[in-house]
Write a protein that binds this ligand. Structure first.
Ligand code: ZN
Length: 72
């Protein structure tokens, strides 16, 4: 099954981008549906993991940016 976010009919599918993960992504990055950019999506645990990894790399905690969309 493809990990790419996609539309099937009117339904927007956005599975978590992590290969072994079967959950739906609930947080998307670089998403702009009006411009046809479907972005990359992560489930909550994987997004937190990613955020944590980035924070420890940069030694700063980034505020949530506008380009990130939250569904829940
Ligand atoms: Zn996941």
């Amino acid at each position: 099954m493809s990990k790419e976010p996609r539309f099937e009919g009117n339904i927007f599918y956005h599975p978590c981008s992590v290969e072994s993960c079967m959950r739906d992504g609930c947080i998307g990055e670089g998403v702009n549906l009006l411009k046809g950019r479907l972005g990359r999506w992560y489930c909550m645990p994987h997004y937190k993991e990613l955020e944590h990894k980035r924070a420890s790399e940069k030694r700063v905690i980034q505020p949530v940016q506008e380009k990130q969309g939250r569904l829940f």
